[in-house]
Design a protein around this ligand. Sequence first.
Ligand code: ADP
Ligand code: TRP
Length: 324
Amino acid sequence: MARVLTGIQSSGRPHLGNILGAIVPAIQLAKENTEESYIFIADFHSLTSSKDGVLRKENTLAVAAAWLAFGLDIEKTVFYRQSRRPEVAELTWYLNCFTPFPMLANAHSFKDKSERLADVNAGLFTYPVLMAADILLYSADLVPVGKDQMQHLEMTRDIATAFNRIVEEEILTIPEARISESVKTIPGTDGQKMSKSYGNYIDIFLPEKQLKKNINRIITDSTALEDPKDPDTCNVFKLYSLIAEESQTAQLREKYLGGNYGYGHAKKEFYELILDKYAQERKAFDFYMAHPDEIEVKLAAGEEKAKTEGEKILNRVREKLGFR
Ligand code: ADP
Ligand code: TRP
């Protein structure tokens, strides 16, 4: 029996990269497991990049609605907001004191972010320790995440191993990352990694008109309409093939190679595919966004369960370190 755990930050609206890279694989993995899974909204983490409380609440709701719209089964899942379980902040402090400074200083994501962002705060620096605490507090075995999170998982394993060695007891479970091979990194409208923070994302939950505009932003080259086009270098084709059936992708490839088929046509097909494939999820998302109370009830139930479970590990850690 393996316990699955994963989280998504509430730093923006959930996008296609989050859905294909995290939400769908995690729900699938949770279904395959008999043990309860832990799925949460990493709202504490979102404070490293966004300071707007009103926006955070909205984004937290939207991320929760996306999980529910994609079929998260709350009977089999502990579904919660990270911030409603402050035990995680306490564990983060303990783990901070077991984390070598150079490990954090060398993290790719910190280096990346500190080059790009104006606000390089200490929270950004210790971000991986809070993530380790998320995972270790609930003794997770499997953590489905996108490829960009692999180093964070390595750090979690290193921190847990060091902790167990130093206290001379196997208190923390060493987790494994689950990277979905077929999706890996989903490109954004500009061909770079799709991310909330790069403004290049596809939001499949937008109303029709806005969704169309969103898709029209996908960058393509200037090959003339009548000329054949290379599907393998086209962002529209890449995104389409990630959600289409194989036969649909093969048909689109033929159209690209045949000429007299423009990128505008391809975008329209991608748009229609989203409306068709995600019709049910779009409807469910709108329902939850219009009924935040329904989301609240589900999260509150998860938060109760998470408390009991998290305290088990925390009490052992407190005891071992002389805080109990
Ligand atoms: P963002 O980069 O948009 O802020 P998060 O960091 O909140 O996204 O990521 C939440 C989850 O979604 C993680 O498991 C992450 O690996 C996955 N994810 C985010 N962007 C992508 C992407 N472009 N391709 C695949 N997975 C992604
Ligand atoms: N850092 C993750 C991301 O940006 C989100 C996250 C926070 C997470 N805590 C986690 C993912 C614990 C998995 C497990 O994608």
